[in-house]
Design a protein around this ligand. Structure first.
Ligand code: ATP
Length: 334
């Protein structure tokens, strides 16, 4: 079932045009809008939330057009990058606020707030004020506040960007756990590809006001359709080759591309396996924790290979000048 849908949505400012032909977020799905700064992720999320109106097109929740509905009538919970907590209220009060506005009975508020605080791992800290909490804890309060009203859709706009690396990793794991536990449809905005890969069921990669590709993390990572998606998700080898009889070759390295003429063959450095041989020249290499990244010359091109140290058939100290290579998976860019 499709929970949230964008159809032919256009939003324009003088110097920016956002256009989303189609985006469907399924019930219970964790979908991430991923892209560089200024590509339109936040604007897309704000239109879904109802803070911003599209100039054209439709936004549907459960098949119902919501263009005219204000945020509080859309059944959403939202978490922002800067937490946006009320500084003069305790954690408990911050979480209770929405329920108090709805005038729920006190006992029910108490029960729900305790449930939400437990869910985000903040039991025992309910009487602290925001300034007495760490950034990570404040963001947990914001998450509890978004979830306490039991929204149908959870929206998160760069929720981890203000936190340092360790906390960021821990909290992203918890956001994923909570999302699974509740089965809540979630739309998450980030510019961090690793974060997107770690939490998402599907990712929509955005580039200057458009969605380039939507897919599962590994599908995007190993089979990107465009150079932009390939490069945004990680280190890439992209070779412009001329195919003949369905094969595109470089030195002794051949790819079965199944077409003729100019092609762009893509593969990740970790798809390049190293073996004894002389197909490629070792130009240089770099050691990473437990791994090695090699720059290899083949024909008139340079490619990157990355392997765990125990996967290469020789001692790093005695790296040969030439090695054999095998590319185990590749795709052809459109
Ligand atoms: N209210 C506005 N008025 C005019 N231009 C705007 C407005 N809001 C956003 N923009 C422009 O729209 C573009 C997309 O902004 P948006 O915040 O959606 O991008 P983003 O991908 O979320 O980037 P970031 O990661 O930096 O937040 C930017 O060029 C921005 O300047």
């Amino acid at each position: 079932m499709v929970r949230v849908e964008l159809r032919g949505v256009v939003k324009e400012w003088e110097d920016f045009r956002l256009e989303i032909g189609e985006l469907k977020v399924r019930d219970g799905e964790f979908l991430t809008l991923l892209g560089p700064s200024g590509c339109g992720k936040t604007t897309t999320l704000r239109m879904i939330a109802g803070f911003e109106k599209p100039d054209r097109g439709e936004i549907l929740f459960d098949g119902r057009r919501v263009n005219g509905l204000p945020p509080y009538e859309r059944g959403i919970g939202i978490v922002f990058q800067d937490y946006a907590l009320f500084p003069h209220m305790t954690a408990f009060k911050n979480v209770a606020f929405g329920l108090e506005m709805k005038k729920l009975p006190k006992a029910e508020i108490e029960r729900k707030v305790r449930w939400a605080l437990r869910l985000v791992g903040l039991e025992g800290l309910e009487n602290r004020y925001p300034e007495q909490l760490s950034g990570g804890q404040q963001q947990r309060v914001a998450l509890a506040r978004a979830l306490v009203v039991e929204p149908d859709v959870l929206l998160l706009d760069e929720p981890l960007s203000n936190l340092d690396a360790k906390i960021r990793e821990r909290l992203r794991g918890e956001i994923k756990r909570i999302q699974r536990e509740l089965g809540i449809t979630t739309i998450y905005v980030t510019h961090d590809q690793e974060e997107a890969m770690a939490v998402s069921d599907r990712i929509a990669v955005m580039n200057v006001g458009r969605i380039e590709q939507v897919g599962k993390p590994l599908e995007l990572y190993y089979r990107p359709k465009t150079e932009f998606v390939a490069r945004f998700l990680g280190l890439s080898n992209i070779l412009e080759l001329e195919a003949e009889n369905g094969m595109a070759c470089l030195g002794g390295l051949c790819f079965d591309v199944g077409r003729e003429g100019k092609v762009r063959v893509f593969f990740r450095p970790e798809s390049v396996h190293i073996k004894p041989g002389d197909a490629a020249e070792v130009l240089d290499y770099e050691l990473l924790p437990g791994r090695i990244r090699l720059r290899l010359g083949i024909g008139d091109k340079v490619i990157l290979a990355e392997r765990f140290l125990d996967e290469i058939p020789f001692d790093v100290e005695e790296m040969p000048e030439r090695v054999g290579i095998e590319v185990r998976s590749f795709s052809v860019l459109g």
